[in-house]
Design a protein around this ligand. Structure first.
Ligand code: ZN
Length: 246
């Protein structure tokens, strides 16, 4: 696994360009934010208004998530064209370069999807406005975590199977987070099922905006930032694979 230059956006883009070229994906600049071009990557199977949405790096200091999405794509490069993908490989390049959770003005981009928008979140929302995703994965990391965990927001049937399978796939690699409560939300065996009405509109996170407008199946995965980067990246890869096959 190549984890050199994990905080270098130029290096990240170079590898995504190589993956996109090999897999036949389109890499499209969608915004310029904090001095960096933000890219969307679309597979040929993502035609019409349906697809799978994956994003990483909205918090710049969560490089395990950004590298996890890249390593998953590199590992599965032969299958990518057949999956209906809309990927946002790094939503906060400035934060990644600076190892900061926040964007250059100090805002948390994952709280600006509702009333208080940023140019970045507005651009993403504009790109996906008519889309309905059958699965959404937002990849994150957490400094306070002692294991992996996830937020599962679902409507309809199959609502409890996928999150459990995603965490089961980590056995032998990384434990589940042991906390019973995370940010005042109840955790059951590493899974949080938040009630959407608990969020204020002006602090709306990406996952909830997408769940309210674009999907019935939203997952936010979290790996513990204090663990070895390679372990975290492997955990992210396994959770993406489990999510897509369950
Ligand atoms: Zn995060």
């Amino acid at each position: 696994m190549n984890l050199a230059n994990a905080h270098k956006y130029r290096h990240l883009l170079k590898r995504w360009r190589a993956v996109s070229l090999e897999a036949g994906l389109k890499m499209i600049p969608v915004s310029r934010f904090d001095g960096y071009k933000i890219y969307e990557i679309i597979s040929p199977a993502c035609s019409g208004n349906r697809g799978i949405y994956l994003s990483a790096g909205i918090h710049g200091d969560e490089v395990g998530a950004v590298q996890g999405l890249l390593c998953w794509a590199e590992k599965n490069v032969r299958n990518l064209a057949t999956l209906p993908l809309r990927l946002f490989p790094c939503l906060n390049p400035w934060g990644m370069e600076e190892n900061s959770r926040f964007c250059q003005t100090g805002g948390d981009l994952n709280r600006l999807w509702g009333g208080g928008k940023s140019a970045l979140t507005a651009a993403i929302q504009n790109r996906i406005q008519n889309m309905k995703f059958h699965l959404i994965l937002n990849l994150h990391e957490d400094y306070d975590a002692d294991g992996a965990y996830l937020y599962e927001l679902t409507r309809g049937p199959r609502s409890k199977a996928r999150g459990e399978k995603m965490l089961q796939g980590l056995e032998g690699l990384i434990p589940r987070d042991s906390r019973e409560s995370i940010e005042k939300r109840k955790v059951r065996n590493g899974i949080i099922r938040p009630r959407p009405r608990n969020f204020l509109a002006d602090e709306l996170p990406e996952a909830l905006y997408l769940f309210q407008n674009h999907t019935d199946h939203s997952y936010t995965v979290e790996t513990p930032s204090e663990l070895d980067l390679e372990v975290r990246v492997n955990a992210q890869v396994r959770m993406i694979e489990a999510a897509l096959t369950s």
